[in-house]
Design a binder for this molecule. Structure first.
Ligand code: AMP
Length: 353
């Protein structure tokens, strides 16, 4: 058990790290952020910050020497150099979870092995591979980079075989082609798991994306989703167990007429769980900290009848005066200096009481 007062290391300096650090501070921990950028928004609310490259083993080792435990807030970090952390501090979730989740092909193969069902897919390394994948899976579909894609980046919609031929080929990038899933709705399962194997779930939000970016999460999800939750939770718990997982794990699903179709997982706290800050008895951020520190988990039950979380993307952030004019709104701004189209600047949550 890592008692309050100790230092938690966080790899990555974005909003997820920032909200994790705020939850850790509530429990009396100090946080130390390690990130490549000069002025990360998570460091604004942390006790210490090291600027460093995620591949720099010496820097990671020196950072970990100051930490009682290390976690991460985003998964696009090479797993091998993280071994430099382990002589100093445990890394949770384990590096293997990161390896599986950061490659769309290994993630889908892993899920299939455990009985889950992703969209039909194929690995693609060349235009010929893509033609073969389309011949087998059909169109429409989506070509995605295997690694480093997020918020709809690194994705190309292929509506017809002609689209594939006209594609400006992303050279030497390993890709996957996925059949387009006709879904009734999208939802996520967020769980927290302790080192001793205790698992708790939050209620599943119904998620609506715009341009590949999460736009709104709603609790409770529509009745169309409720029927899918038990199977989706069972799969998520199986994935967590197989990974010896410690911390918060998110799995995203499509609700289809044939049952839940696995989309992707994130080995971390997730945007579709931001509503838990006000809407659940214990937030995803606090329970993540509790799990990685070996503290008892807090209750994940709803603290309200429902919640709606809207992301503030790009210029939406300028609406903060109007948002604050409704006293029921919970406004979260991430402190990002530059507003850019498609950039997550903050979110706002409204509870149904
Ligand atoms: P991803 O980054 O892979 O989660 O994709 C972002 C969003 O694009 C998803 O949440 C869906 O709304 C949409 N999307 C991605 N893959 C598919 C698919 N195979 N079929 C239908 N919609 C998809």
């Amino acid at each position: 058990m890592i008692p309050p007062g100790e230092t938690i290391g966080i790899l990555g300096g974005g909003q997820l790290g920032r909200m994790m650090a705020l939850a850790a501070a509530t429990l009396g921990y100090r946080c130390h952020v390690f990130a490549p950028e000069a002025d990360p928004i998570a460091a604004d609310v942390c006790a210490a910050f090291t600027q460093g490259d995620f591949a720099d083993e010496a820097a990671l080792s020196a950072f970990a020497a100051h930490c009682a435990v290390v976690t991460y807030e985003f998964e696009n970090v090479a797993a091998a150099p993280l071994a430099a952390i382990l002589p100093h501090a445990p890394l949770y979730p384990p590096a293997h979870a990161l390896e599986v989740a950061q490659d769309r092909a290994s993630e889908k193969a892993f899920v299939e092995q455990l009985g889950g069902r992703p969209a039909p897919w194929a690995t693609v390394d060349s235009p010929d591979d893509l033609a073969a994948a389309i011949a087998r899976i059909g169109t429409p579909g989506i070509l995605k980079t295997r690694r480093d894609g997020y918020d709809g980046k690194g994705q190309w919609r292929i509506m017809t075989p002609a689209d594939a031929e006209a594609l400006d080929w992303p050279t030497a990038t390993p890709l996957v082609y996925e059949g387009f899933v006709t879904f009734d709705a999208e939802f996520s399962v967020i769980l927290v798991r302790t080192a001793s194997g205790e698992v708790r779930f939050w209620d599943s939000a119904e998620n609506v994306h715009k341009n590949g970016i999460l736009d709104r999460s709603t609790i409770p999800a529509s009745p169309a989703i409720a029927a899918h939750i038990p199977a989706a939770r069972a799969l998520a718990a199986k994935l967590a167990e197989a990974l010896d997982y410690v911390g918060v794990l998110t799995c995203e699903f499509f609700a289809t007429a044939q049952g839940p179709v696995f989309n992707e997982m994130a080995p971390r706290v997730h945007n579709s769980g931001h509503w838990t800050i006000e809407g659940a008895l214990t937030s995803q951020f606090e329970n993540h900290i509790r799990a990685i520190c070996g503290l008892p988990l807090g209750a994940t039950a709803l603290a309200c009848k429902g919640a709606v979380m809207d992301n503030l993307i790009g210029d939406d952030a300028h609406d903060w005066p109007a948002i604050l004019s409704d006293p029921a709104n919970h406004l979260h701004l991430y402190g990002k200096a530059a507003v850019r189209p498609g950039r997550k600047m903050g979110h706002v949550t409204r509870l149904v009481l």
